[in-house]
Design a protein around this ligand. Sequence first.
Ligand code: NDP
Ligand code: 8X3
Length: 251
Amino acid sequence: MQNQTAVVTGATSGIGQACAFALAEQGVNLILMARRAERLAALKDELSQYPVTVETYVLDVRELDKINEVFADVDAKHKVDILINNAGLALGLGNIDEGRIEQWEQMIDTNIKGLLYVSRAVIPKMREQNSGHIVNIGSMAGGITYPGGNVYCASKSAVHTLSEAMNLDLVGTNIRVSNVAPGAANTEFSKVRFDGNETQADAVYEGFTPLGAEDIADLIVYILNAPAHVNIQHTLVMPTAQRSPTVLHRD
Ligand code: NDP
Ligand code: 8X3
């Protein structure tokens, strides 16, 4: 992977940020994207310890025009070898009949449409160069629905389906597509889901050892480092204490 270039969306926290460090350790040049400019700047600073180039773009993956503008610039300067479609979120946890429509819209616009917009901007160039690796961050929630997860679970199910679809569409090319589906990982995910309520967020990870963002980044590095003829299409990874979204052993 050394000297390759990776785009990571949602790089300012959690899994995306851990991927940035893990890829930098592998000698991969980075193009990092997210909405929070100060965090991107701080991250770029921290990554200066690695002998790789780091470019940042303030980008909301829901904004198609901005995506096209950003990728016109990226394409003029770089050959993208790796795309990590990581930007995503859950908002709320509750029955569908009480769901907040603006939260549904944001999850669908980010987790599904944002992933599609970014992929649409990147894949044509990968097809032209006949190489590339796309890693879509799905979720165990994309395969196993849990109570109150409704729209989030559906959005991650769409990520799983779109990963399969990308693999089908790219047959005959050297482009690989991997869907990575984690279980409970202790990031800012639950804080975002519960609108900044730390008590509620912390309770999600109490009494067991959850995955860390670094665990997912390690797995992604493994997937990316597989020989060119090996395409790891789907991986489901959970903490040892968790066997499904709802079957979880707490001490
Ligand atoms: P974090 O909340 O820690 O990180 C989410 C990242 O996504 C942030 O960097 C955030 O940056 C970015 N983001 C959110 N919305 C947008 C947007 N509209 N445009 C661009 N970037 C955006 O959570 P995780 O690291 O846990 O989440 C990363 C991915 O992993 C998500 O897709 C999530 O669904 C998935 N996942 C998480 C699991 C977990 O248990 N933590 C398990 C399974 C899957 P900023 O706010 O700066 O834009
Ligand atoms: C994120 C983790 O527990 O909501 O996908 O499925 S969970």
